[in-house]
Design a protein around this ligand. Structure first.
Ligand SMILES: Cc1ncc(COP(=O)(O)O)c(C=O)c1O
Length: 409
């Protein structure tokens, strides 16, 4: 915590944290579902609507130019944050889900055929399973899970054997698992996939806020991002795609801004990234996304990671004090996410009791039904940490969990 800008100061930058829930100070431990937003992000978005509000790429007037400049500056910020070679490799989307749908529909529609295989890990989020199933139905390709271990790590040997069996066109994997916190060896997966002629899409929804992301060092072909998981607004995200792949991909949706010329005889399309951004984009959202990444950079990802790592160790020992609580997913490489089950109560009851103590956690299958089945649990309760989380939050959760036991046993 020493290097993180004083922990108290960091918390004060998040207005939503300064409230009581059920008569107690809010302990927000649901950051993997969505992080809270710092003042810098809220101010950047409000400033856009108060001062620059205009459509982008379309007007010669001053406001439109300012809006376009701010929107494109945000694109450069995203590109720099993940070390893309060029901002032209960054497409703004509605979020991580749309980024993956874009690749599945556009790249998948053009490149998958009967007998082709798409491999996704058994721990994937539904957002990295269902879009592939939809395009597989249309193209005759298949979607197959590659195995994970009981501790919640990808089984690289099995993945390699599946790749060696042939016809794999793409491997999809989460960089960081939202349900278990596992940090997956994406660079190694990319190396294996490329050795067998397959592309790699990494789902980075949970990574940006916690681990350094360098798309070139990871060697990924596509990287999907979500702003609201990294202190930015909801409803905006981005797709990184290697330039030559994006250039060869057909449009995903049609409309204004993504075209070069339109006539009833035929339409020609814009270059990427505009080719994939039809209609009025979420300009304020993109600006907020950029401001969020600037905030992370200013605080320091290294300092945030060090703080979260110390708090993860603290949480681990505190949760171990609760009788009948079992943490699911024990990979050594993980971020501050704890999924657990309790002998005493179903996760939904646990979540409800915790809310009565002012503690916000997520319960359910975390959009990972195949993973839950693989681990033999119907659902879990999940605590997830962020830069603003502190020991008091964890203490409040542990006290409430003792309350759950008292109530249900
Ligand atoms: C690993 C992972 N992938 C994808 C998503 C979907 O992100 P979004 O809803 O922002 O599109 C989430 C959100 O929960 C996630 O945790």
């Amino acid at each position: 915590m020493s290097k993180l800008r004083s922990q108290i100061d960091v918390r004060l930058e998040f207005p939503a944290l300064a409230q009581e829930v059920s008569g107690r100070p809010l302990a927000y431990l649901d950051s993997a579902a969505s992080t809270q937003k710092p003042n810098a992000v809220l101010a950047a978005m409000e400033r856009f609507y108060r001062e620059d509000n205009a459509n982008v790429h379309r007007g010669v007037h001053t406001l439109s130019q300012r809006a376009t400049d701010a929107f494109e500056a945000a694109r450069r910020t995203v590109a720099r944050f993940v070390n893309a070679q060029s901002e032209r490799e960054v497409v703004f989307t509605k979020g991580c889900t749309e980024a993956i749908n874009l690749v599945a529909a556009s790249w998948g529609g053009a490149n998958l055929g009967p007998g082709d295989r798409v491999l996704v890990s058994h721990m994937e989020h539904h957002a990295d399973i269902v879009p592939w199933q939809l395009i597989a139905q249309r193209t005759g390709a298949t979607v197959e899970p590659f195995p994970i271990t009981d501790s919640g790590e990808v089984d690289l040997a099995s993945l390699e054997a599946m790749l060696a069996a042939g016809r794999v066109k793409l491997v999809g994997v989460k960089h960081v698992c939202n349900a278990l916190g596992t940090v997956n060896p994406v660079a190694e997966i990319a190396r294996l996939a490329h050795a067998h002629g397959a592309l790699v899409l990494a789902d980075g929804a949970q990574a940006l806020a916690h681990v350094p992301v360098d798309v070139q060092a990871l060697g990924v072909d596509f990287y999907a991002m979500s702003a609201h998981k990294v202190y930015g607004p909801m409803g905006v995200g981005a797709l990184y795609g290697r330039a030559e792949l994006l250039e060869a991909m057909p449009p995903y949706q049609g409309g204004g801004d993504m075209i070069r010329t339109v006539s009833f005889e035929g339409t020609t399309f814009n270059d990427p990234p505009n080719r994939f951004e039809p209609g009025t984009p979420n300009v304020a959202g993109a600006i907020g996304f950029g401001a969020a990444l600037d905030w992370v950079r200013a605080v320091g990802l290294g300092a945030i990671a060090a703080h979260e790592s110390a708090l993860t160790a603290y949480s681990s020992s505190r949760l171990a004090e609760v009788p009948g609580l079992r943490v699911v997913g024990t990979a050594p490489e993980r971020i501050g996410v704890f999924s657990f089950v309790m002998d005493a109560a179903h996760p939904h009851d646990v979540g409800t009791v915790l809310d009565r103590h002012g503690v916000a956690v997520r319960t359910g299958h975390h959009c990972c039904m195949p993973l839950m089945r693989r681990l033999g649990v119907p659902a879990t309760t999940r605590i997830s940490l962020a830069a603003y989380s502190n020991e008091a939050d964890v203490d409040a959760a542990v006290e409430a969990l003792h309350g759950v036991r008292a109530l249900f046993t």
